[in-house]
Write a protein that binds this ligand. Structure first.
Ligand SMILES: [Fe+2]
Length: 149
């Protein structure tokens, strides 16, 4: 069993807007964990969907910042995000196909949780210095509106 998934400063990449979004993802894991503990089948599916939708929007938002920064590893990072998306949507398909929601919730928490931790620490930290150089408030606001409206 995966130990508690919670935010720590080790995960900070030093770009506030991204760190805030990563923290929101950890909040989703808290909510899923709470549902697992209380066997809350009513809410667990909505929360898993919320997590996955938010993560996909977040990844696309990140890519817009990398593109703006001419980040040289953007294509590779995009492929990592695409693989994530396929796996994450696979969980949602299993739910639609009638799989046990609590089992899917546990799988989502473990699999997506571990993915996120590793991804932040490696790939996201790698792009941070490039994006920091070109970050500007106007562009961030525009992209937030596009991907989180
Ligand atoms: Fe990423």
């Amino acid at each position: 069993m995966l130990k508690s998934l919670s935010w720590s400063d080790d995960f900070a990449i030093g770009i506030d807007i991204i760190d805030e979004q990563h923290k929101r993802l950890f909040d989703y894991f808290d909510e899923i964990e709470h549902c697992i503990k209380t066997n809350d089948q009513t809410h667990v599916i909505d929360i898993c969907r919320g997590l996955i939708d938010y993560a996909v929007s977040h990844n696309t938002f990140e890519e817009s910042l990398m593109k703006q920064a001419n980040y040289p590893m953007l294509d590779a990072h995009h492929l990592v995000h695409e693989a994530f998306k396929a796996r994450a949507y696979g969980y949602l398909d299993k739910i639609t196909d009638g799989a046990d929601p609590m089992k899917i919730a546990r799988d989502v928490r473990t699999d997506i949780g571990l993915w996120l931790i590793n991804h932040i620490k490696r790939e996201d930290k790698h792009y941070a210095p490039y994006v920091k150089k070109t970050l500007n408030k106007g562009f961030v606001t525009k992209m937030l509106g596009r991907f989180f409206s």
